[in-house]
Design a binder for this molecule. Structure first.
Ligand code: WTA
Length: 661
C-alpha cells in the first residue's frame, strides 16, 4: 500500500456488489439502452427528454444547444415554456387532478394532503396575488419559509409568472437573508410568522424585520428594495407588524381571482437564484433557467428514482432551501406527476423514530436522504427503525456527500430490508440536477461509489494539467460537455462564474471542485472537495477515505478528518471521532485512540495513520448536515476558530476546542 501518491485507497478495497432484484429489473423505468441512445446522439437524446414536457412553443431541432459563447449555454432557446404549468395544469388537464401531489406532515403531527387539482388551484390564486402586488416577469422574490405547502405554492406561483425566486433556508440569519435580498434586489419577501423545529416554534418574520432594518453596504438604513412582506400564518407566535408593508397571506389569498392562465416564457428565462457558499467570501447566487433545468430535473427524477407515478410515494427529506429541495422536492417530482411527502421538522422530533413513522404512515416507496442522517441513525441503533413497518420502501437514494460503504450497507440492510437498490447521486447546486448515479435496475451497485455519469452526461477525472488519469488514479472531477440543467451564471457576477468553474481547464470544461477516482470498471468514487483532500508527505489522501476507514471500526459512530499543516510532512491527518455509547460502557475511551490509529494504518497504510485523534461528542455541521472541516482544521492547527455562524449548533465548536486543549 502507499507506493504511489494515488494508490492509497481504502474505498477501492470495497468488494461487495449488489445486483438489483429481478422484479425490480422487470419493471424498471431505466434500461441500459438509454446509454446507447445518449451516446449515439447526445443532443437528440436531450431533445427527446425535453419533449416529455409541455412546450407552449416547441423548440427547433437546430436550437437544442447553443454553445457558441461558452460557458454560457443556451438550451432549447427558441422554445417557450411555463414551468409551473408543467408541474400542475398539465396533470389536471390529463385527468390526473385527483392524484395526491403533496402529503405534508407538520412537525407537531398535523398534516394536509393536496391533490394536483387542489395544488393547481392554490398556485393560480397565489399567482394572482403576487401579480396584484406587482410581481412580473424577471422580478425577484425572496422566499423564507418553513417546509409547509405554501413554500411549494409560493415557488410555483413565482415561476408561473415568469418571475425569479430566491429561496433562503429558514435557518439562515437576518444578516444572511439581507445579503441575499440585496444581491438579487428582491422586491417581495414571502415568509411565515414561524415554523416548527425541534419541538418548538422557530420565528421567521422577526428575522425578516431585522434583516430589513439592517443598514446597507453604505451604512444607510431603509434603502432596501423590498416593497412588501407577505406572511403565512403557521407558528402563531407573536410578531411585529409594519402596516403598509406587511400582508397576511391568508387574508390576501381570500380576495383574489381563482382563475389564472399560465403564459409562455422563453426557455432561457431565469427560474431561480440559489445562494451557495464558496470557499471564501460572499455566497454565490447560482442562476438557473427554465426549459433545460426542468428537462434534466424531470428526466433524472423519473429514471434514477425509477418513478412509477401511479403507485409510488416518493419522499425527499431535503428542505426547499437547498438545491435538492428545488430539483427533487418541487420541480422534478411535480413535473413527473409524482405523489410525494414533505415534512416540516427535524428527524428526531418529537422522537428519534419520526422519519420511520412517516415512512410507515404514508407507505413511502422511494426515500432520498443524506449520508449524515443515515450515520446518525446508525449511531442511534437499528432498533429504532425496526419498530416501524418499512416494507413499502423499494428504492433508496443518497445525496450531499460521499456515503461510506458501512453506512451504505446499513442503509440497505436496516432501512431497505436487505433488498432495495441504493442510488448514490452526485451533483451540485451548480449542476442543477443529478450528474453521476447508478441506474436502478441496470447497474450492479458498489457501496461507496456514485458509479457512472447518467445517460447524456459526460464527465472525466483529470490531473492538474487536465489530462485524463488512468484506472485507480486520483484526480479532479470535470464535466466535459454542457448539460441542460447547468447553471447559467452567478447572479450579477459573470466573471466569478468563469473564474470559479471554467478557467482551470479552459472555457468548455467544468471544474467541479471535487476529487474523484475512476476504478478499473470505470466507476467513479468521489473523494470529497478538493479542499478536503490532504497531501501527506506527497501522498494524496482523502478525508472521506480515512473517515470511511474509521467509521468501519465497530467502536466508531462518526468521524471527521482534516489535513492539518505539519512541518515535516506538509499536512498531517487529524481525526475527530465520536465513540459509540455501547463501547464507552465496555471500555475506556482513551484506549480507543491507539487502537484506531493502528486500525487506519492497517486498513489503508501507515501513511494514513492519524497523527492525532481527538475523541469528541459532536461534530460541527451546517444546517444541511455537512461537516465543517474548516473549523476542525482551525482547532487542529491551534488557531482561533473561524466563523461559526453557519453551524446548526454554534456551541459545538466551544465544546470541541476545550476537549482538544
Ligand atoms: C458533495 C448537493 C459525494 C460534493 C446536491 C459536491 C457529493 C457538493 C455527493 C455539492 C455524492 C454531493 N457523493 N459527494 N453523492 N453529492 N456531494 O451544492 O462535494 O449542496 O461538490 O449540492 O456536495 O453540494 P451542494
Amino acid at each position: 500500500m502507499g507506493t504511489s501518491p494515488d494508490s492509497i485507497d481504502n474505498l477501492l478495497h470495497e468488494s461487495r456488489r449488489f445486483s438489483p432484484p429481478p422484479e425490480f429489473v422487470e419493471n424498471a423505468v431505466a434500461t441500459a439502452e438509454l446509454y446507447e441512445r445518449a451516446a449515439a446522439d447526445r443532443l437528440g437524446f436531450w431533445a427527446e427528454q425535453a419533449r416529455e414536457l409541455h412546450w407552449h412553443t416547441p423548440f427547433s431541432d437546430d436550437r437544442v444547444l447553443d454553445w457558441s459563447n461558452p460557458p454560457f449555454a443556451r438550451w432549447f432557446d427558441d422554445g417557450e415554456i411555463n414551468v409551473a404549468y408543467n408541474c400542475l395544469d398539465r396533470h389536471v388537464e390529463a385527468g390526473r387532478g385527483d392524484r395526491v401531489a403533496l402529503h405534508w406532515e407538520g412537525e407537531p403531527g398535523d398534516s394536509r394532503s393536496l391533490t394536483y387539482a387542489e395544488l393547481t388551484a392554490e398556485v393560480k390564486k397565489a399567482a394572482n396575488l403576487l401579480a396584484g402586488l406587482g410581481v412580473g416577469q424577471g422580478d425577484r422574490v425572496a422566499i423564507y419559509l418553513p417546509l409547509i405547502p405554501e413554500a411549494v405554492i409560493a415557488m410555483l406561483a413565482v415561476a408561473r409568472l415568469g418571475a425569479v425566486h430566491s429561496v433562503v433556508f429558514g435557518g439562515f440569519s437576518a444578516e444572511s437573508l439581507r445579503a441575499r435580498i440585496d444581491d438579487a434586489d428582491a422586491k417581495l419577501v414571502i415568509t411565515a410568522d414561524g415554523g416548527y423545529r425541534k419541538g418548538k416554534v422557530s420565528p421567521l418574520k422577526p428575522a425578516v424585520d431585522a434583516a430589513l432594518a439592517l443598514p446597507d453596504a453604505d451604512g444607510a438604513t431603509g434603502t432596501h428594495t423590498v416593497e412588501r412582506v407577505l406572511v403565512v400564518k403557521r407558528g402563531e407566535n407573536e410578531i411585529d407588524w409594519t402596516p403598509g408593508r406587511d400582508l397576511w397571506w391568508h387574508e390576501e389569498i381570500a380576495t383574489v381571482d381563482a382563475e389564472h392562465i399560465a403564459q409562455a416564457f422563453p426557455a432561457e428565462s431565469p427560474l431561480f437564484i440559489l445562494y451557495t457558499s464558496g470557499t471564501t467570501g460572499k455566497p454565490k447566487g447560482i442562476l438557473h433557467t427554465s426549459g433545460g433545468y426542468l428537462t434534466q430535473a424531470a428526466y433524472t427524477h423519473r429514471t434514477l428514482f425509477d418513478l412509477h407515478p401511479e403507485t409510488d410515494v416518493y419522499w425527499s427529506t431535503a428542505d426547499v432551501g437547498w438545491i435538492t429541495g428545488h430539483s427533487y422536492v418541487v420541480y422534478g417530482p411535480l413535473a413527473n406527476g409524482a405523489t410525494e411527502v414533505i415534512y416540516e421538522g427535524t428527524p428526531e422530533s418529537p422522537h428519534p423514530g419520526r422519519w420511520w413513522e412517516i415512512v410507515e404512515k404514508y407507505k413511502v416507496t422511494i426515500l432520498y436522504a443524506a449520508p449524515t442522517a443515515i450515520r446518525t441513525f446508525m449511531k442511534l441503533g437499528r432498533q429504532i427503525p425496526q419498530r416501524f413497518d418499512l416494507s413499502s420502501l423499494r428504492l433508496l437514494g443518497s445525496v450531499g456527500e460521499p456515503i461510506n460503504p458501512e453506512a451504505w450497507v446499513w442503509y440497505r440492510d436496516v432501512i431497505g430490508d436487505g433488498i432495495t437498490p441504493i442510488v448514490d447521486t452526485w451533483w451540485q447546486t451548480e449542476t442543477g440536477a443529478i450528474m453521476i448515479s447508478a441506474l436502478p435496475g441496470v447497474t450492479i451497485l458498489k457501496p461507496g461509489s456514485a458509479q457512472v455519469p447518467v445517460p447524456g452526461i459526460s464527465v472525466d477525472v483529470v490531473d492538474e494539467q487536465g489530462v485524463s488519469v488512468g484506472a485507480d488514479q486520483g484526480g479532479l472531477l470535470v464535466v466535459t460537455e454542457p448539460w441542460p440543467s447547468m447553471a447559467r451564471g452567478i447572479w450579477g457576477d459573470p466573471d466569478r462564474f468563469i473564474d470559479t468553474y471554467w478557467s482551470r481547464f479552459g472555457p468548455t470544461v467544468y471544474f467541479a471542485g471535487d476529487g474523484a477516482r475512476r476504478d478499473k470498471d470505470g466507476d467513479i468514487w468521489l473523494l470529497g472537495r478538493v479542499d478536503d483532500v490532504m497531501n501527506v508527505s506527497g501522498h494524496r489522501l482523502s478525508t472521506a477515505e480515512i473517515e470511511s476507514s474509521l467509521v468501519a471500526n465497530p467502536m466508531v459512530a462518526e468521524a471527521a478528518v482534516v489535513g492539518a499543516s505539519d512541518e515535516t510532512t506538509g499536512q498531517a491527518v487529524v481525526a475527530f471521532v465520536i465513540i459509540k455509547q455501547s463501547h464507552l460502557e465496555a471500555a475506556s475511551a482513551e484506549d480507543a485512540i491507539p487502537q484506531l490509529r493502528k486500525h487506519v494504518a492497517d486498513q489503508i497504510g501507515p501513511i494514513a495513520r492519524p497523527r492525532d485523534i481527538y475523541l469528541v461528542t459532536e461534530l460541527p455541521k451546517t444546517r444541511s448536515g455537512k461537516i465543517m472541516r474548516r473549523l476542525l482544521r482551525d482547532v487542529a492547527e491551534g488557531r482561533e476558530v473561524g466563523d461559526t455562524t453557519t453551524l446548526a449548533d454554534t456551541t459545538v465548536m466551544q465544546v470541541i476546542a476545550t476537549t482538544v486543549r
